[in-house]
Design a protein around this ligand. Structure first.
Ligand code: FEO
Length: 173
């Protein structure tokens, strides 16, 4: 059985993953509005990643005999000054997610909840990838500066990103 403290913290993270999905879907809409279809597609795939993360928490809470409690999801921002600002915002957001996952791990360790620690291990590795992939785009946008050529090339490259559901569904193993 899950301890109440852990159950509450896992539910909070579940909510935050849905919030992340919302932020990236809002960024996708922003990129659509400025005709950067590749960036929009990249953000759509990122949204699906976040939904998968949320569902991993959902399944884990249920599997451990806990109760999933869905909460209100905050409204995301809708407008950014530039593509670079949007991706910088995404990078900042991923830093917050990493901190939250680390705090969850600290709590699971304090509470000697070994199963939750093993579950969170996947997210700790995932966050390294999440930050790296957003940062790679931030760096290319910085290099592109105000030049439309490199920006359109980047947009074309980002259009190739597709979300693929892992073969094991939402199973974190
Ligand atoms: Fe679910 Fe991008 O962290």
């Amino acid at each position: 059985m899950l301890k109440e403290k852990i159950e509450a913290a896992l539910n909070d993270q579940l909510n935050f993953e849905f919030y992340s999905a919302y932020i990236y879907l809002s960024m996708s809409a922003y990129f659509e509005s400025i005709d950067l279809k590749g960036c929009s597609q990249w953000m759509k795939a990122q949204t699906q990643e976040e939904m998968l993360h949320a569902m991993k928490f959902f399944d884990f809470i249920a599997e451990r005999g806990g109760r999933v409690m869905l909460k209100q999801i905050d409204s995301p921002e809708t407008q950014w000054e530039s593509p670079l600002k949007a991706f910088e915002n995404a990078l900042h957001h991923e830093g917050i997610v990493t901190e939250k996952i680390n705090h969850l791990m600290d709590l699971a360790q304090q509470e000697k909840d070994h199963a939750t620690q093993i579950f969170l291990q996947w997210f700790i590795s995932e966050q390294v990838e999440e930050e790296a992939s957003v940062n790679a785009v931030v760096q290319r946008l910085k290099l592109a500066g105000d030049n439309p050529g490199p920006l359109f090339m980047l947009d074309r490259d980002l259009s190739a990103r597709v979300f693929t559901m892992p073969a094991s569904g939402s199973d974190p193993t």
